[in-house]
Design a protein around this ligand. Structure first.
Ligand code: UD1
Length: 422
C-alpha cells in the first residue's frame, strides 16, 4: 500500500496548472454512449476514477482509444452489454450515470448500486423517480436498479434537492426522450453546465443549464463530437487552500475564477490575498498569505454556495486560525471523518451534529494519519503541508481517485512530499 511522507512547514510558491474536472469528465465519458458515432473527449484528468469509468465502458463493448492520457476517443457502436456489475459499480459513484445513458440510448439499463466515498447514506431516489417520470419502469431491488422503457416521454420534474447526479442523469435520459422535459430545482454546478454543453455539441437541445430550471427537447439521434472538459473547480480550490495554509504565494493557472468565488471569498475573510489575472491564453488566481488566518464560518451548500468537496481541506486550514470557526456540513451527514485525524495532529475540533467547532491552535504537528475518503485525503495533505515535522498519510488510494499528479504538482511548488510504494 502506497503512502505519502510529507515534511511540513515550507511555504508553497510558484505556479500550478489545474487539470480537467473529475466531476465533469465522469458523466461526459458516460454521455458518449448516447451518440451514434465516436466522440473525442479532451482535457481529461489522468486519475483513477477516469480509468475506472473507461473500464466500465470497455467492458460493455465500447471501443476506447487514448492517444494521450488526457484524450479519449470513445466509439459506443460496439456496446452489446447493458449491465454494470456490482464489481464495476462499487468502484465509483459515477457508475450511476450509466443508468441515464443506457436507458436513453437502448431503453434498458441494469446497474448495480454505486459505490463511492463513505460520506453518508447517498440515496439515488431522485434519479429513480426521474426515470419513472420519463415513463421508464424501474425496479430497485437486491442492490440493482433495472430501468426499461420502449418509449421515454418528456416530463415536468421537480427535485426536492438540487442533486448534481440526478440532474445529469435525468438530462441524459431526457435528451433521447420524446418531447420536452423540464427539471425544476436543478443543480447549478459548473459540471452540470459542462455536461449540457457537451450534449448540445452532440446535437441535443438543452437550455437553462446553470440556472435552476433546465429544459430539454428530446432528439431521435445524437452525433459524435469533439469536446474539451472545463478545469477542475475542486482541485483548484484545494491548491488555493494549500497555498494559504502554508503561507505561500502561488499562481493557480487554467481556472475559471467565477467557479471559485465562494472559496475566494472565504479565504479573503480569513485575511488571505486573492487576486485574479489573465495571461492572454488563460485565467489565473494568485493566492498570497503571510500570517495566521482569522477564523471564519463555513456552511456547505449547493452551487454557488460553498462546495461540500472543499469543506474538509478548508477545515484543515482553519485549525490554526485565530479564534473559533464553525463549519456546518449541510449535504452529507457523515463528512467529518477527517476531524479525528486532524485532532491527532494537534487540532482542537469538536463535532456537534452537522457542525464542527474548530478552536484555533498555534500550529499542527506531523503525525501518522489516514485518508478516510477522497476529500478527507486532500484535507490530510493540506494539514501535513502546514504542520511542523513529518507526517505519513495512509490510505491514499482515495486521493489517487481525484487528484492528477499530486506529488509532481506539489513538488514543483516546493513541497517536501514523497510517495512511498510499500
Ligand atoms: C456529486 C459528486 C460529489 C459531490 C456532490 C455535491 C460526482 C461523482 N460526485 O455527488 O463529488 O460531493 O455531487 O457537489 O460527481 N440526494 C438524495 N437523493 C438522491 C440524490 C441526492 O437524497 O437521489 C441528496 C444527497 O444525499 C445529498 C444531496 O442530495 O445530500 C446532494 O447530492 P448530489 O448532488 O446528488 O451528490 P452526488 O451526485 O452523490
Amino acid at each position: 500500500m502506497a503512502y505519502y511522507r510529507i515534511k511540513g512547514g515550507t511555504p508553497l510558491s510558484g505556479t500550478v496548472s489545474i487539470s480537467g474536472s473529475k466531476n465533469a469528465a465522469l458523466p461526459i465519458i458516460c454521455g458518449a454512449v448516447l451518440a451514434g458515432e465516436p466522440c473525442r473527449i479532451e482535457n481529461l484528468p489522468d486519475i483513477e476514477d477516469v480509468h475506472r469509468i473507461i473500464e466500465i465502458l470497455s467492458a460493455m463493448g465500447a471501443t476506447v482509444e487514448q492517444p494521450t492520457p488526457d484524450v479519449a476517443i470513445i466509439d459506443p457502436r460496439g456496446i452489446r452489454e447493458y449491465k454494470v456489475s456490482t464489481e464495476m459499480a462499487s468502484k465509483l459513484r459515477a457508475s450511476y450515470y450509466m443508468m441515464g445513458t443506457l436507458l436513453g440510448r437502448y431503453g434498458y439499463a441494469y446497474v448495480a448500486q454505486p459505490g463511492g466515498c463513505p460520506i453518508g447514506e447517498r440515496p439515488i431516489n431522485y434519479h429513480i423517480d426521474g426515470m419513472r417520470a420519463l415513463g421508464a419502469e424501474v425496479i430497485d431491488r437486491g442492490g440493482f436498479v433495472i430501468a426499461s422503457s420502449d418509449h421515454l416521454r418528456g416530463a415536468d420534474i421537480y427535485l426536492d434537492m438540487p442533486s448534481v447526479g440526478a440532474t445529469i442523469n435525468i438530462m441524459f435520459a431526457a435528451c433521447r426522450a420524446d418531447g420536452r422535459t423540464t427539471i425544476n430545482n436543478a443543480a447549478r454546478e459548473p459540471h452540470v453546465v459542462d455536461v449540457a454543453n457537451f450534449l448540445n455539441t452532440m446535437g441535443a437541445n438543452i437550455r437553462g443549464a446553470g440556472t435552476d430550471v433546465i429544459r430539454i427537447n428530446g432528439r431521435k439521434e445524437l452525433h459524435g463530437c469533439t469536446y474539451a472538459i472545463i478545469p477542475d473547480q475542486i482541485e483548484a480550490g484545494t491548491y488555493m487552500v494549500a497555498a494559504a495554509a502554508t503561507k505561500g504565494d502561488v499562481i493557480i493557472s487554467n481556472v475559471i475564477p467565477a467557479h471559485l468565488e465562494a472559496i475566494s471569498a472565504k479565504l479573503m475573510e480569513c485575511g488571505v490575498e486573492v487576486s485574479e489575472g489573465d495571461n492572454g491564453s488563460e485565467f489565473f488566481l494568485r493566492i498570497r498569505a503571510n500570517e495566521r488566518p482569522r477564523a471564519c464560518n463555513i456552511r456547505t451548500l449547493p452551487y454557488p454556495g460553498f462546495p461540500t468537496d472543499l469543506q474538509q481541506p478548508m477545515t484543515s486550514f482553519l485549525t490554526v486560525a485565530i479564534g473559533n470557526s464553525f463549519v456546518t456540513e449541510n449535504l452529507f451527514e457523515d463528512r467529518f471523518n477527517h476531524v479525528r485525524e486532524l485532532n491527532r495532529m494537534g487540532a482542537r475540533i469538536t463535532v456537534n451534529g452537522r457542525t464542527a467547532i474548530v478552536a484555533g491552535v498555534d500550529k499542527l504537528y506531523g503525525a501518522e494519519v489516514s485518508s478516510t475518503d477522497l476529500r478527507a485525503g486532500a484535507a490530510m495533505i493540506v494539514a501535513a503541508l502546514m504542520a511542523e515535522g513529518t507526517s505519513v498519510v495512509r490510505n491514499i488510494h482515495y486521493i489517487d481517485r481525484g487528484y492528477e499528479h499530486l506529488t509532481e504538482k506539489l513538488t514543483a511548488l516546493g513541497a517536501n512530499i514523497e510517495r512511498v510504494e510499500e
